[in-house]
Ligand binder design. Structure first.
Ligand code: NAD
Ligand code: G3P
Length: 338
């Protein structure tokens, strides 16, 4: 008997992964909070706004009832935006089977607590970290949903859990590596969204490929700096959930974070950007949380700081770029002596 999988979150990634899993033969229950939207999705078998060309296979049952989605589920996949995760977990807790494998695909830090999402899950469901895998890496839903080659990483504290998640998602077009560095994989997926907005902003301002390459490279440096301070392995940031995801989200118009930055660079306000994109833009909230962490821990994150000032203090994007370029000259690698 194939395992039953509950996917919580019927946005673009929840839909893309439901399709992938159903195509592998798993019975999938896809939960979304809005009953009307779920009725429409159940009837039409496609989401008119997120992925209009992607048809849900018959093995995907759509529901707006958490109890129906979770009852007897062997695997529970969390695919809601990071700021909604605690609320969804709290509502789901009563129905969550005690032995189900948990997989989180949301990428972000929780504003307020500044926690990684596995920490949020552990707080709401004590003990859950031992059965939790984090799936992260360069994986635009639009490409995953149509079977374009994609590689990601499944991180877990327990090796068997990482292997189970790897096996669950693996297809000829969806390659899954394992990684024992949960902290690094989560931070890579969360922090790259900040740099993706900054890269989009640079493009929106009309700057060139040089500027974008510098943002990716120096972005990776500050991501790694914060990561190491929080216990991640620095090498993880050169992997799929660090550099890999940075490359895809700083260079693809499929990225909502890149698009948000582009529109900001073109002069739109944050509210106009949110309205225009109309989907999760994780880098906005993550910039707030990461900047707070960096300040508290004394970690230098100049790009994050500059983006924060644009997003939340009304700094003009061009002035933010000038400030970044005009910082005190310094060695590229602080620990290398002459
Ligand atoms: N789309 C991708 O390509 C992709 C790839 C990898 C990871 N992710 C991550 O997956 C997560 C979800 O992204 P997405 O692209 O599916 O977002 P989306 O904006 O396409 O959809 C989000 C869904 O969550 C629902 N939602 C919002 N607030 C909610 C709440 N409080 N309770 C319940 N549901 C709520 C929305 O109604 C919507 O259906 C994000 O953290 C994102 O970074 C997305
Ligand atoms: O569209 P974005 O910017 O949220 O990026 C989606 C995924 O994280 C890409 O791996």
């Amino acid at each position: 008997m194939k395992e039953t999988i509950a996917v919580l979150g019927a946005g673009s990634f929840g839909i893309a992964l439901s399709r992938l899993l159903a195509e592998k033969g798993f019975p999938v229950r896809l939960w979304g909070r809005n009953p009307e939207e779920m009725e429409h999705l159940a009837r039409e078998r496609r989401h008119r706004r997120y992925l209009p060309d992607v048809v849900l296979p018959p093995a995907v049952a759509v529901t707006s009832e958490l109890s129906a989605a979770l009852s007897g589920a062997d695997v529970v996949l969390f695919a809601v935006p990071s700021q909604a995760l605690r609320e969804v977990l709290t509502a789901a807790r009563a129905y969550l089977p005690g032995d189900a494998l948990l997989v989180n695909v949301a990428k972000g830090l929780e504003v307020g607590s500044n926690l990684r999402l596995s920490q949020v899950i552990e707080e709401v469901i004590p003990g859950a970290a031992r059965r939790l895998a984090v799936l992260s890496g360069p994986s635009h839903a639009e490409e995953v949903a149509v079977g374009k080659p994609t590689s990601v990483v499944a991180a877990a504290y327990v090796e068997d859990v990482a292997r189970r998640a790897q096996e669950l998602f693996l297809t000829p077009a969806f390659r899954v590596y394992t990684n024992a560095d949960v902290v690094g994989v989560e931070l890579g997926g969360a922090l790259k969204n900040i740099i993706a907005i900054a890269a989009g902003m640079s493009d929106g301002l009309g700057y060139g490929h040089n500027a974008r390459a510098a943002l990716v490279t120096r972005g990776l440096v500050e991501m790694t700096r914060l990561g190491q301070r929080l216990g991640a392995h620095p090498l993880t940031f050169s992997g799929l959930s660090g550099l890999g995801d940075l490359i895809v989200t700083t260079s693809s118009p499929l990225s909502r974070n890149w698009r948000a930055g582009y529109l900001l660079g073109q002069g739109l306000s944050l509210e106009e950007v949110r309205r225009t994109i109309g989907q999760a833009i994780e880098g906005i909230s993550t910039a707030r949380a990461a900047r707070e962490l960096a300040l508290r821990l004394g970690v230098s994150m100049p790009i994050t700081e500059a983006l924060y000032a644009v997003l939340f203090e009304g700094l003009d994007p061009r002035t933010a770029a000038d400030r970044l370029m005009g910082r005190e000259p310094k060695p590229e690698v602080e620990i290398l002596p002459f």
